[in-house]
Design a protein around this ligand. Sequence first.
Ligand code: ADP
Length: 310
Amino acid sequence: MQEEVLGGRFLSIGECMVELSEADDGHLRKGFAGDTFNTAWYARACLPADWSVDYFTTLGDDAMSDEMVAFMRGAGIGTADIRRLRGKTPGLYMINLKNGERSFSYWRDSSAARLLAADGDALRASIEASDVLYFSGITLAILPREDAYTLLAELRRAKAAGKPVAFDPNLRPRLWSSLDAMHTMITDGARASTVVMPSFDDEAAHFGDDSIAGTIRRYRQYGADMVVVKNGPEGATVGTDANETLVPAVKVDKVVDTTSAGDSFNGAFLAHYLQHGDPLAAAAFAAEIAAKVIQEYGALVSPKKLKTAR
Ligand code: ADP
């Protein structure tokens, strides 16, 4: 029997952006999203009330930052540790739709989130006050190199203290100064983690892995206890000390929008795993949530639409 674990504080670290998407009438619709925030959203939706889910980032002192914080709070996500920097603004991206194909434009080079690890004391205090940490390769990519090292040092402390630290490499070569820099920092990210949650197509493209077993082996050699490799409609493979097990995806007749498939999988997986400690059951649950998410438009699907039989 698995032991049931009492609640705690889940902290997701990264950048949430303003999202603009084209509405039918040529107007722009405003939203808020970003990989680590999306995962916090789904973790919040899937965890019971005795868990708190907090977001760690930095924002500006403008009206858009105020709205973003209000949006997070409205979703039940804690914002107490979000620092607000004078004169800064959040990053922004726009989704363009042409002949049914989506493309993205980003304005994030000088976003406030790039300074999220500049105050090492604030970062340490927030991580120390948390029980579970979550971050991604995008979190590392947007930081000045020294600040990324500050963040990794704090995460390694958390890992050494026995806390779960989950990491999605989320490889985005365009955010990095070079492929070398990406490889080095992603590897360091994995070293600071207990659970690594990569997507196989990214890892094959950018690390040259020729099999899922190869991805699992590579990340486990850096000291992750568990590697969960997502592979779209093929499902996810959970690699632990004991074995590697494929947990199939849920069959979906009509995929509407795959945005956030991986982010929602991560949030749901962690929510389930933290409560029940069974990675295979957690992956099956996460596949159900991700299947619901890809049948709706947008990164953030309402918790009401995520109800499952589990
Ligand atoms: P990412 O968005 O990080 O690239 P994936 O595309 O691998 O992640 O998808 C994450 C999870 O979402 C998969 O493990 C699977 O459970 C689910 N998923 C993605 N695409 C599909 C699909 N076409 N049908 C069913 N499930 C899917």
